[in-house]
Design a protein around this ligand. Structure first.
Ligand code: PLP
Length: 489
């Protein structure tokens, strides 16, 4: 330094503290099982410990890191714990974290190809490779009519798909009516709430989302979809969009995409496939049947940030024909005009997403794909599915428990025979115990426990422990129930 004051961290300090942070993360992962999986703090507790004012003078980095340990960790629910079985996984891995760090170090803003060609071109290539790995249709490749892009979430992806569908629909119509309240979209009663939210955001109206009945496996009833589309058309409405879910949030139900796709083709609807968690299974050839009928889909999304060892956020979204998506989202103010864009030879990913700015998310995904390779990814996905299926076997063999939905992959929905209240108490007792964390859903209007096997380091011993804890908690609660009391609903 030449006598001028600077508040920045010097490269030497960065090296030193960077090593401390990497050690911190490695220690955290090594010891994550020592923490209660579900945070035990009360509302406001962490906020209070953080204080209320920006410090007048900068503080030493070591102190800041120390506070992360003492003040922040208690308020963490440990998604990376192998005992985390709640909701859906949000797993991560060493290569993903390091890729993320590199992206932060480069600090690239990749809104345009020209603002960092690598940011765009790596993303395009990685999504092409992934399309191959998942067995997605040829059209989804950047070399074909479509292409892929990384979104922050499956929620943004479905909103982009909806907006693209509206664009295509209005182009197909000579009178080019805008959003007049007559567009209708379809999904099953089990689809993720992000579609309903997207309908509202897009100005299409939440009430214009038809939630179609499901069969006894919680998958959309294609005949009911066809009948509803016909009824809506007869009423003068404009059916425009349908969403098929491969692996519903509640119970991992698989909608019949081939049947839905044929209906959508015939009736002129855009078909979006939401495979947020379960799409990952298709990287294994034996689970590729999941994608039967995907050739009918206009768009497809799955989240490596759920179950492909890539830390949040990383949601992959493909379209079969990129013109509608770009047509809907492209806007070129003078200050962004540049030769590459004008040449038409490049993708500018700001045209494929809602915000303008974007970071180099593809780097972490590229690191993951290269580090694990096809073999490593398949190994861990198979292992998770195998462990979940072992759990299914134990549930089926125990007279006190019952399965409440098919478990095609890594999510197991089950319940203790008897009342909802008993099941709720089992769940609460398990979650306050701190060794595992699982959540619930309602299926056929009954409370059901959901146990998902998808954390990067969840192994046989963890699933065995989870089952033992469940059985033990259930026995304890049964023993406490007054004798002779009927099991109830
Ligand atoms: N779709 C499905 C089937 C999901 O399970 C989820 C999350 O649970 C989502 C969409 C929303 O995902 P995101 O958080 O990436 O928006």
């Amino acid at each position: 330094m030449t006598g001028k004051k600077s508040y920045h961290m010097s490269p030497e300090e960065f090296r030193r503290h960077g090593r401390e942070v990497i050690d911190w993360i490695a220690d955290y992962h090594e010891n994550v099982e020592r923490h209660p999986v579900l945070s035990r703090v009360e509302p406001g507790e962490i906020g209070d410990s953080v204080g209320t004012k920006v410090p007048a003078r900068g503080e030493a980095f070591t102190e800041i890191l120390q506070d992360a340990t003492e003040r922040i960790l208690p308020g963490i629910t440990h998604w990376q714990s192998p005992g985390f079985h709640a909701y859906f996984p949000s797993n991560s891995s060493g290569p993903a974290i390091l890729g993320e760090l590199l992206a932060a170090g480069l600090g690239v803003q990749g809104m345009l190809w020209s603002t960092s060609p690598a940011c765009t071109e790596v993303e395009t290539r990685v999504l092409d490779m992934l399309a191959d790995l998942l067995g997605l249709p040829e059209a989804y490749r950047s070399t074909g009519s479509g292409g892929g892009v990384i979104q922050d979430s499956a929620s943004s992806a479905v909103l982009c798909a909806l907006i693209a569908a509206r664009e295509r629909d209005s182009r197909l119509r000579t009178n080019r009516q805008g959003c007049d309240g007559s567009h209708v979209a379809y999904c099953s009663t089990q689809a993720h709430s992000s579609l309903e939210k997207a309908m509202g955001i897009a100005g299409l109206g939440r009430a214009n989302l038809r939630q179609i009945a499901v069969d006894d496996q919680f998958a959309l009833d294609a005949a009911a979809l066809a009948a509803q589309i016909k009824a809506d058309k007869a009423a003068g409405l404009r059916p425009m969009f349908a969403c098929a879910t491969l692996g519903t949030t509640s119970s991992n139900a698989i909608d019949p995409i081939a049947a839905m796709g044929r209906i959508c083709r015939e009736e002129g609807l855009w078909l979006h496939v939401d495979a947020a968690m379960s799409g990952t299974a298709a990287i294994c050839p034996e689970y590729r049947h999941l994608h039967e009928g995907v050739e009918y889909a206009d768009s497809y999304c799955f989240n490596p940030h759920k179950w492909m060892f890539t830390n949040f956020d990383c949601s992959c979204f493909w379209v079969a024909d990129r013109t509608a998506l770009i047509g809907a989202l492209s806007i070129l103010p003078e200050y962004l005009v540049n030769d590459a864009t004008t040449s038409g030879a490049v993708f500018d990913y700001r045209d494929w997403q809602l915000p303008l700015g974007r970071r180099f998310r593809a780097l972490k995904l590229w690191f993951v794909l290269r580090y694990y390779g096809v073999e490593g990814l398949r190994h861990h996905v198979r292992r998770h599915i195998e462990l979940a299926q072992r759990l299914v076997g134990w549930i089926e063999a125990d007279r006190h428990f019952e399965m409440v939905a098919p478990a095609p992959f890594n999510l197991v929905c089950f319940r203790h025979r008897g009342s909802d209240e008993l099941n709720e108490r089992i769940m609460r007792e398990l979650n306050t115990g701190g060794e595992i964390f699982l959540t619930h859903t309602r299926l056929n209007d009954r409370f059901a426990l959901r146990l998902c096997v998808g954390q990067s380091h969840t192994e046989a011993e963890h699933v065995e422990k989870a089952w033992k804890l469940i059985v033990r908690a259930a026995k304890r609660l049964r023993d406490r129930q007054p004798r002779g009391r009927p099991p109830g609903r």
